[in-house]
Ligand binder design. Sequence first.
Ligand SMILES: Nc1ncnc2c1ncn2[C@@H]1O[C@H](COP(=O)(O)OP(=O)(O)OP(=O)(O)O)[C@@H](O)[C@H]1O
Length: 260
Amino acid sequence: MTHPLPSDGPAAVAEPLIACEDVSLSFGSVRALSEVSLTLRPGEITALVGDNGAGKSTLVRCISGVHRPDSGRILFDGSPVDFHSPEDARDAGIETVHQNLALVEDLAVWQNLFLNRELVRRFGPVAFLDRRAMQKRAKEMVSALAVNVPAVDSRVRRLSGGQRQAVAICRAAGFSSRLVIMDEPTAALGVQETAKVEDLIHGLRDDGHTVLLISHNFAQVMRLSDQVWVMRAGRCVGGRRTAETTGDEIVSLITGARID
Ligand SMILES: Nc1ncnc2c1ncn2[C@@H]1O[C@H](COP(=O)(O)OP(=O)(O)OP(=O)(O)O)[C@@H](O)[C@H]1O
């Protein structure tokens, strides 16, 4: 059963972009997920919170095609999906910004944006990388998101932590993705860089992306999200509209001081 959100009004009638229904997954004797049901509304930022080991990353990896649930199902835009790999999820429009960002330090920003999705130009049977087209498109992607990077031909090695995060978000937001999943996007950043990355995340929502955010930072969850789901010991123990809850209530759900 999906936990009802208290003030599910007319907006709740809209089809969720993602619905997890009774998703369970064990690793050997470890039951990482037990019948997890939750929904992500389209065009919103949903936060997923919980203590270490609660199952957040495992759930996100089921949505992004890294793991396949043992039971239960995941619906994307109303239809059940069975991703066999992250590429399957990406092809469907689900992008993940990993904690390690998965950027190549010695490549330029534009090369990182097009990693594994290079544009090619064909002359008869021969294909060439279309550097010019990729650089042009990279500039458009960067300026569309107002990403604060020096130039698209800068090497990633020269960028700050916040700028790297911005490049990774830009890559995830490009290529017509619909859901962008972020795992602790500001964990390694200072206050100013965190604020810039949070602006970017708001920008993604303003552009119509749906965002799923794992964060241990309650203040950030309260600032950024529209909805919060709480996990504890592999279970989803509740969901709240962010505007109608408090950090204290979320903490009590996480710790089990209050069970809804
Ligand atoms: N590949 C794996 N093999 C075995 N056990 C795993 C694997 N991945 C996760 N687990 C276990 O599943 C449980 C849930 O882990 P998960 O990483 O999903 O939690 P989390 O909420 O993301 O924690 P954190 O906030 O620390 O990242 C833990 O007990 C973890 O040890």
